[in-house]
Design a protein around this ligand. Structure first.
Ligand SMILES: Cc1cc2nc3c(=O)[nH]c(=O)nc-3n(C[C@H](O)[C@H](O)[C@H](O)COP(=O)(O)O)c2cc1C
Length: 200
């Protein structure tokens, strides 16, 4: 496996992310944009789940979800998050640490309205992370919202939208032989990004 040498790594970690992400998208993966999202309660108890990266802008990494879900609840208590990408065919992982901020309602609406009708109905029907009596209860709720929005545009649910992880650390990990992997860690302070190499 090709290594990650300092001279081949962009000094801007966002640009380096774009490079690796573009390469991951060339693989025949169903979800190259899948990432693990770790959150924690106010007292620091962690939880982790997969979400899909839906955009990278100058400030950070964006995803969408239900603000009243377990993750939404934890993010309201504690804005510190960690993201993880792993692209097995390239033996690459990217670890990101940062603080979360909510996207604006306009940004959330723009993404919500681009989703297929079934997903938009699903966002209304599912009180994500709450206990259901049965599968039938969920399906009944889907039918209710299908009926309710049969003629109208489907509005953005007030509890649904996006978050942005604004990173202060990004590590690029490239697998190498004999576990002598390459690890380039970027950290941000008021001056900008600094890069160091870590032991594998
Ligand atoms: C590949 C994959 C992608 C997913 N993408 C999302 C997503 O973008 N947003 C989301 O809310 N849940 C997504 N999920 C479901 C979450 O992993 C999780 O079950 C859900 O968000 C509830 O998590 P919570 O109870 O911790 O809030 C995805 C699951 C998988 C396996």
């Amino acid at each position: 496996m090709r290594g990650l040498h300092e001279k081949d790594c962009d000094p801007d970690p966002f640009k380096q992310f774009d490079r690796w992400f573009a390469e991951a998208k060339k693989l025949s993966l169903q979800y190259p944009e899948a990432m693990a999202l770790a959150t924690a309660t106010a007292s620091g108890a962690p939880s982790v789940r997969m979400v899909l990266l839906k955009g990278v802008d100058a400030n950070g990494f964006c995803f969408f979800t239900n603000y009243e879900s377990r993750k939404g609840d934890e993010l309201a208590q504690n804005p510190q998050v960690s993201l993880l990408f792993y692209w097995e065919p390239y033996e690459r992982q990217i670890r990101i640490e940062g603080r979360i901020e909510k996207l604006t309602e306009a940004e959330s609406y723009a993404y919500f309205s681009s989703r297929p009708r079934g997903s938009r109905i699903g966002a209304w029907a599912s009180a994500q992370s709450s206990v259901l009596k049965s599968r039938e209860e969920l399906e009944r709720r889907v039918q209710e919202y299908e009926k309710k929005f049969a003629k109208d545009d489907i509005p953005l649910p007030p509890y649904w939208g996006g978050y942005r992880c604004v990173p202060h650390a990004i590590e690029f990990w490239q697998g190498r032989v004999n576990r002598l992997h390459d690890r380039l860690l970027f950290t941000r302070d008021t001056e900008g990004w600094t890069r160091v190499r870590l032991s594998p």
